[in-house]
Design a protein around this ligand. Structure first.
Ligand SMILES: Cc1cc2nc3c(=O)[nH]c(=O)nc-3n(C[C@H](O)[C@H](O)[C@H](O)COP(=O)(O)OP(=O)(O)OC[C@H]3O[C@@H](n4cnc5c(N)ncnc54)[C@H](O)[C@@H]3O)c2cc1C
Length: 448
């Protein structure tokens, strides 16, 4: 048995300033890659051993890509000689103690000279515990694998029932949240329904499969331009996605989604893509946190501290141009990580820090084959094939790891010509907590 008391962070002592980074996401890796190990000892702590490329997570959930093609092991990313004083530890950070300049983990504390919080976000259920318990979130690879299993299990079970009500609820998918994740998931499911599922499940009438996309605001993709929202709505409707705007889901018990106003939708699957909140860590004073994110100055220093920084989604930097903070997308995290590396070097050499200025490269969303939207700088809005090509190119470019780029690109090329998704495997069956019926069903087919 593993005796947890015998584990410790085990970081070598150093005479250099120690930078502790919590989170190996877009912000964390860009900072760590630019920090020079001759000037600093760099310690990266993450609760997972990989960097995840979340923009392609929905393709894992909809059986388009394998999970390992959208993730890169953190140790591999920092294995070359230039990172000789870089140390990764697979551990969840549970607290920050500014008074002692330490972070706490289940296996002990670690002293920092500079601390960088880059923990990103987690799903926000707005206090609705019932939805939290029963919905499928889409924030991490295990979430995508759960959803993939659930989708495939629903299709399998639909072939095995003559009960029309049960079959319809197995074939009804509710996606809550009309942002990029919701739109992209709905589009991918609609394409599966059109090109793949009728061949895989000849006994099932897929004209009956329903995909709802529910959005609380008056348009899909609210962070994008009205032009892109309008195009996206049309693309979704062309794919027979039922889009409900100005609509709020009030409850979901795992079987029935109730919409504010009383409408009920029988669905065994509800995907929650309706909101996120900062993945905060205990220990910072309440004044440093606003709307679930950490308040920072233009140098990403946490309010009240000059040795603690926050970057990426967790950071709340109010500026004249971005009074509600920067958008929760990869670019601000990447750019803040890169600038902070320079600023930490300036800090130890007593130079003036450079304030962060966000360079907005635009936003993209894909709805399906040849259907995408792009808001580019200078008010350029693309739709259709050119936006689709731009989306593919940008995602390959930013995906971390040469092998991943190769695997994803070859998957997409194969899919383009064959309409085939290669990964429709239930590797790890999904059972909702407390769902005895499904557990018994799965047990029957599991081997010892
Ligand atoms: C499904 C999905 C689709 C998206 N699509 C797009 C898109 O198309 N385009 C785009 O630009 N952006 C997209 N985003 C947003 C983008 O991924 C984020 O803005 C970006 O990841 C933010 O980077 P970050 O470094 O702040 O956080 P993250 O990349 O989320 O990284 C946070 C890291 O911190 C770690 N962590 C958290 N808490 C702890 C803890 N207590 N202890 C140790 N480690 C911890 C996590 O394991 C994770 O590795 C999407 C996000 C999701 C979830």
């Amino acid at each position: 048995m593993l005796d947890i008391d015998k584990l410790s962070l085990n970081i070598p002592d150093t005479k250099k300033p120690r930078v502790v980074i919590i989170g190996g996401g877009f912000g964390g890796i860009n900072l760590a890659q630019k920090l020079e190990c001759k000037d600093f000892q760099v310690v990266l702590l993450d609760r997972q051993n990989y960097h995840g490329f979340w923009p392609l997570l929905y393709q894992v959930a909809t059986a388009g890509l394998e999970p390992d093609s959208i993730a890169e092991p953190l140790r591999k990313m920092f294995s070359s000689d230039e990172f000789e004083d870089f140390h990764f530890r697979l551990v969840k950070v549970t607290g920050v103690n500014p008074a002692t300049k330490t972070v706490s983990t289940i296996i002990g504390e670690l002293h920092y000279d500079y601390l960088v919080i880059a923990t990103g976000t987690k799903s926000n259920y707005f206090g609705n515990e019932q939805v939290k318990k029963n919905a499928f979130p889409l924030k991490q690879i295990p979430h995508a694998l759960n959803l993939r299993s659930q989708l495939l299990q629903c299709f399998e079970q639909a072939t095995m029932t003559a009960d029309p009500v049960l079959r319809q609820s197995l074939l009804t998918f509710v996606i809550v949240g009309g942002g990029p994740t919701g739109v992209e998931t709905a589009g991918a499911l609609a394409e599966m329904r059109k090109h793949i599922l009728p061949n895989d499940y000849p006994g099932v009438d897929f004209t009956k499969m329903k995909i709802y996309l529910i959005e609380g605001m008056d348009r899909v993709l609210p962070p994008m331009s009205p032009e892109s929202s309008a195009k996206t709505l049309k693309y979704l409707q062309d794919l027979d996605v039922i889009v409900k705007l100005n609509t709020l889901v009030e409850s979901y018990d795992g079987y029935v989604a109730t919409i504010k106003g009383g409408e009920q939708i029988n669905a065994q699957t509800l995907v929650w893509a309706a909101g996120v909140q900062g993945a905060l860590i205990d220990g910072l004073p309440a004044e440093s946190v606003e709307r679930g994110r950490i308040l920072v100055n233009p140098f990403n220093q946490v309010l009240g501290f000059d040795d603690i920084f926050a970057i990426g989604d967790i950071a709340f930097m109010k500026t004249e141009k971005w009074p509600k903070g920067h958008p929760g997308v990869a670019q601000p995290a990447i750019q803040q990580g890169q600038l902070l590396a320079k600023n930490l070097k300036r800090l130890i050499t007593n130079q003036k820090l450079e304030p962060f200025e966000y360079f907005d490269k635009g936003s993209l969303a894909i709805i399906g084959r040849n259907r995408a939207v792009a808001d580019l700088p200078k008010n350029i809005h693309l739709g259709g094939f050119f936006a689709w090509l731009t989306w593919l190119f940008v995602h390959i470019m930013y995906l971390v790891g040469f092998r991943n780029k190769l695997v994803v690109l070859s998957n997409w090329i194969y899919k383009f010509f064959t309409y085939e998704n290669g990964t429709r495997l239930i590797i790890r069956p999904f059972v909702r907590k407390g769902d005895r019926v499904k557990r018994q069903f799965i047990n029957k087919y599991e081997t010892e």
